[in-house]
Design a protein around this ligand. Sequence first.
Ligand code: NAP
Length: 450
Amino acid sequence: MTQYEKLTPPSEGEKIRIENGELNVPDNPIIPFIAGDGIGPDIWRATKPVLDSAVEKAYGGKKKIVWFQVHAGLSALKLYGNDRVLPEDTLTAIREHLVAIKGPLTTPVGGFKYVCLACAAEQDGGPNGERPEKCVKCGSPWVTPRFRSLNVQLRQKLDLYACIRPVRWFKGVPCPVKHPEKLNVIIFRENTEDVYAGIEFEQGTPEVNQVIKFLNSEMGKNIREDSGVGIKPISITGTKRLVRKAIDYAISHHKASVTLVHKGNIMKFTEGAFRDWGYEVAKEEYREQIVTEKELWEKYDGKMPEGKVLIKDRIADQIFQQVLLRPDEYDILATPNLNGDYLSDACAAQVGGLGLAPGANMGDHIGLFEATHGTAPKYTGMDKVNPSSLILSGALMLEYLGWNEAAEMIVHAIEKTIQQKRVTYDLERQMEGATKLKCSEFGKAIVENM
Ligand code: NAP
């Protein structure tokens, strides 16, 4: 039995296990959840009943999720104290149960010493840098020294190397383009490398001076002495496992293409290598199931053979044009970390915004499903915001469990609710004749529409 410092796992329910490399899901899986900071608890309160009702209705009570609350961010600080914003208990629970879901967590940006986990205000501290007793903005006592992004830490510590973001339009959602229905992509973004590896050296420190001295004097570079320096590692291992996941998904979900997105024309040994290793894994491991774009023209006269996945690549800046001008030519986009970060939000905006975009961070077996927006601190506790991103992440999680019927029920019910123009403030302000619902009311409306 796993020993936790402060958690008591539920007495009912069973663990999801891996058997012969496959997920084995019992009818009553224990699933850890992190409600999150800021608006996290509001959207979680709206989401949980939607997931529970969908499972109940889809399987007539035969299946049921047993929820297990674990902590990160403000709730961890309150329970564990001592600035422990990501306790080991949480990592253990997720590793043990394999599938988990989370709301947003405060991410401090930099250049200051403390962050308030109640309102996300960043602050320098007292005259000698000492910790403020209260937040300078909201007066809360939950001010903690700056920490590295909890999301990045979770991804790195659990080795969740693929960030998966499906982006599609929901009928009725206001959006800035004429044909939002043409965009239906899933972005597989590498999660552990690239500039997000977090290898940075602050300007003016002895460390950065050493790095600059080495690069200038021994590697023949010419870096200004007053620079900060970041390192961008991209490996064969990191690239191949990400591209493998994207191709596996394309094959199992009958998708037409996987596009490798890179800036290889400028960064040959990182982004260009990502493209080359991506093609390598496709050709070496999936030879019978794929056709590259080059082969399509050389061997097949541009006519895609039935049942195969097309592997192509696009330069990062070009893909931003492509998703706007020829969105229906893309299915799965596999990207290094930073490109994927920008591209996910741009695609989400194209179909009506981040409030509706679900996400998952996946390792070989662990799946951590999450809302893609932040903690929107100004709306904390107001029961106001749109919970759809977390609800749809929950639907994605159900799909991962193989509970497709429940997942589909949620997606249809959200679509129906939006078409009835019963929406939260963010959509209501853009829709004529819509009824504005609170976060919790929107969750209830979805349940009614199942
Ligand atoms: P944000 O929390 O995403 O909020 C920016 C704006 O987006 C909000 O003011 C609101 O717009 C809109 N919004 C966000 N979520 C919404 C929802 N569920 N429903 C409706 N509208 C929503 O971004 P931020 O203010 O830049 O970041 C706040 C904190 O969250 C920071 O600490 C940041 O680092 C962190 N963050 C965490 C994650 C994560 O945990 N995955 C991701 C991103 C950011 P209006 O003001 O127009 O109403």
